[in-house]
Design a protein around this ligand. Structure first.
Ligand SMILES: O=C(O)CCC(=O)C(=O)O
Ligand SMILES: [Fe+2]
Length: 323
């Protein structure tokens, strides 16, 4: 049920019926999601089920982590990880290769549970790295991870319905392990902006979809609309932003849109955000889904595995700061 719109382009969708026992209610919700996916590729969700306390603790964890000395953060350098876990320094990432670097620092965490023996796939899945001397940090981040993953897992059946597929279509293709949570800190942009430097340059996300928490009082996220204009995705208290990524765009032959977005923090103060990137398992083949290739919409993409695709994009993103 679409209850309201923030402004013309990005709808707010109420997820109260996401796991309703009534299939008609789930289908109605899926129809709204489809509408957002085939037009903007972005929507806000409310009644998303992640408790405020869990969010606040994760944000507090981010604030504590980014305040530790740079030497301590660099001990967790993402470049030292075989599977993209750990710390990225300011300008260490560059999502838009026309730019020089992104003015944010980040900390990436994947799935883990007590007693896990990791069978690294050598690329995306593997153990996390954690800072010393930050009590509660790991717990607060992993609690958020679990809650956001639960939300993500509840969305896949709706995306399946939205694509006229059986509700369990994605069930054997996505596991918890395919999700990465990222703490992000954007310092204020200097008054005199540096040429080719944005908080995060114009990009699309690489996975199926992203669940994004953004700080209420620091607007920075912008989404490119179909006319090529930047639309502000203002923070709306009580909501999260949901945007599609390239995996779903490739899978649907662009019927579902993976929309270009960027963030520029001009607020004069620091900004935190927390995306959870929910991809599929590594070996899932992104072949066009039934009905997505038609004479009017011929196949656009080379068929690749989901994992190879994300890995190749991440390798390019970090290439500039790899030593
Ligand atoms: O911080 C934001 O609002 C957006 C972050 C983002 O687009 C990303 O990490 O992919
Ligand atoms: Fe993004």
């Amino acid at each position: 049920m679409m209850t309201s719109t923030a402004f013309q382009e990005i709808p707010i969708i109420d997820l109260s019926n996401a796991t309703s026992k009534d299939p008609a209610l789930r289908r109605a919700l899926a129809a709204d999601i489809r509408n957002a996916c085939v037009t903007v590729g972005f929507f806000y969700v409310k009644n998303h089920g992640i408790p405020e306390e869990v969010i606040n603790k994760a944000v507090g964890a981010a604030e504590r982590f980014f305040s530790i000395p740079i030497e301590a953060k660099m001990k967790l350098d993402i470049h030292a990880s075989p599977n993209f876990k750990g710390y990225t320094a300011l300008l260490g990432e560059n999502v838009n290769l026309n730019n020089k670097g992104d003015l944010h620092e980040a900390f990436d965490v994947g799935w883990e549970s007590e007693g896990t023996v990791y069978s690294s796939d050598g690329a995306m899945v593997g153990s996390n790295v954690w800072p010393d001397n930050l009590p509660g940090f790991r717990e607060d981040v992993l609690t958020y991870y679990d809650a956001a993953v639960r939300l993500g897992l509840s969305l896949f059946p709706l995306f399946a319905l939205a694509l006229d597929l059986p509700e369990d279509f994605f069930a054997d293709k996505v596991t918890k392990q395919a999700a990465i949570v990222r703490l992000l800190h954007y310092p204020p942009q200097p008054l005199q902006p540096m040429e080719g430097v944005e908080g995060i340059g114009a990009h699309t996300d690489y996975e199926c979809f992203t669940v994004l928490w953004q700080q209420d009082d620091t607007p920075a996220l912008q989404v490119m609309n179909t006319d090529g204009k930047w639309i502000d995705a203002i923070p709306i208290p009580g909501t999260l932003v949901l945007n599609l990524g390239d995996q779903l765009a490739r899978w649907t032959n662009d019927v579902f849109k993976s929309t270009v977005h960027r963030a520029i923090n001009r607020t004069g103060k620091g900004r935190y955000s927390i995306p959870l990137f929910f991809g599929t398992d590594y070996n899932v083949v992104l072949e066009p889904l039934p009905g997505c290739v038609t004479p009017d919409n011929p196949a656009k993409y080379e068929v690749v595995t989901a994992g190879e695709y994300v890995k190749s994009r991440l390798d390019a993103t970090y290439a500039q700061s790899r030593v």
